[in-house]
Write a protein that binds this ligand. Structure first.
Ligand SMILES: Nc1ncnc2c1ncn2[C@@H]1O[C@H](COP(=O)(O)OP(=O)(O)OP(=O)(O)O)[C@@H](O)[C@H]1O
Ligand SMILES: O=P(O)(O)OC[C@@]1(O)O[C@H](CO)[C@@H](O)[C@@H]1O
Length: 308
């Protein structure tokens, strides 16, 4: 079974407007609230790919109940740690040209007792999991090494870990040796402090990040596909040009695809095609963190993976 860890869950609110304007009231009928936070998107996509999973993390307040109920409706098993503070809300406002503004709340304060309850519960369940995905920012009150602690628990039992986070949480998480990290361009540039403009730049950055503890690095590049670096091989993944509807959650769909690929023991080239097909399928759909299996199959056939 796959476990998804979302410590900073969120009610994601999408608003589509004709034009994003300042200093005026805008009304719309085209809006939606979804259960979100990166790992919740990962959970939904894993479920849409027909894999068994357990969603873990923190939820609190009405917004936390919303997330719990939405997962129940989708038949996604969850085992959240309830917190006193309320789960956050994140906004995504999209105009007719698909330009968007995202406003992300930092998230609730987690207490010492809540932290302990989560870690104890995670540790008690670890033997049930084959792959663990860990996604998103850390809510307030959690130290930067919290993901590191979770990964250490997983690696003690030889479980595969995919980590998708940024900044100090990523730097600390690397120390515990995640099997795959999934940064996007901004995240990897922030991590190494220089820009990545070509394969050579990525190879240099990737080797440095591997020396910090990561095994494989999946660098997602939006419409430009992905680079994937293992211990000794750099792969380039080329994806088809598509008309996008909402790219939010595409990275999470890639994480879901990677987790499913590991569970199904796909070879690396198939895994890269499959994960990117999930990313593209999410990008063409209006819903956040959502894929249609038929579209995944369609894009899978159009994706090219080459060794560099
Ligand atoms: N405009 C696009 N057209 C086609 N495919 C896309 C597009 N944007 C993203 N994808 C697919 O999704 C993958 C992940 O995208 P991206 O690099 O934007 O991730 P991300 O920034 O982590 O996303 P998010 O944080 O919103 O989940 C890409 O590698 C690609 O396969
Ligand atoms: O604050 P985080 O956890 O980094 O990001 C949260 C978030 O922007 O990521 C998802 C897209 O990947 C959205 O559904 C969600 O609201």
């Amino acid at each position: 079974m796959i476990a998804t860890v979302t410590l900073n869950t969120s009610v994601d609110r999408r608003y589509n407007v004709s034009e994003i304007k300042k200093n005026t009231v805008q009304r719309t009928n085209d809006y939606q609230a979804t259960a979100g936070g990166k790992g919740i998107n990962v959970s939904r996509v894993i479920k849409l790919l027909d894999q068994e999973l357990l969603a873990m993390g923190f939820i609190g307040g009405f917004s936390g109940n919303f997330i719990f109920n939405e997962l129940e409706k989708s038949n996604i098993k969850s085992d959240f740690t309830r917190i006193k503070a309320a789960t956050r809300t994140c906004l995504n406002i999209i105009d007719e040209n698909n330009d968007s503004i995202e406003i992300l709340e930092n998230g609730p304060k987690i207490t010492e007792a809540e932290k302990r309850r989560f870690l104890d519960n995670f540790e008690s369940k670890i033997k049930e999991f084959e792959v663990i995905t860990i996604s998103g920012s850390l809510p307030a009150g959690l130290e930067n090494d919290f993901y590191q602690k979770i990964i250490q628990i997983a690696k003690m039992k030889n479980k595969a870990v995919i980590l998708d986070t940024s900044g100090k949480a990523l730097i600390a998480g690397l120390k515990a040796g995640p099997d795959i990290i999934k940064p996007n361009k901004n995240e990897i540039e922030a991590l190494i402090g220089s820009s990545i403009d070509n394969e050579k730049d990525f190879l240099k950055a990737g080797k440095k990040i591997q020396s910090m503890g990561a095994k494989d690095i999946a660098l997602t590049l939006g419409e430009n596909g992905m680079y994937y670096l293992t211990e000794d091989i750099l792969y380039k993944v080329e994806i088809p040009k598509v008309d996008t509807a909402n790219v939010t959650g595409s990275g999470d769909s890639v994480t879901a695809g990677l987790a499913v690929a590991i569970t199904e023991k796909m070879n690396i080239e198939k895994m890269l095609k499959f994960a990117n097909a999930c990313g593209v399928a999410n990008a063409v759909d209006k819903k956040t963190g959502y894929i249609n299996q038929k579209k995944v199959e369609k894009y899978f056939k159009k994706i090219k993976v080459s060794k560099i």
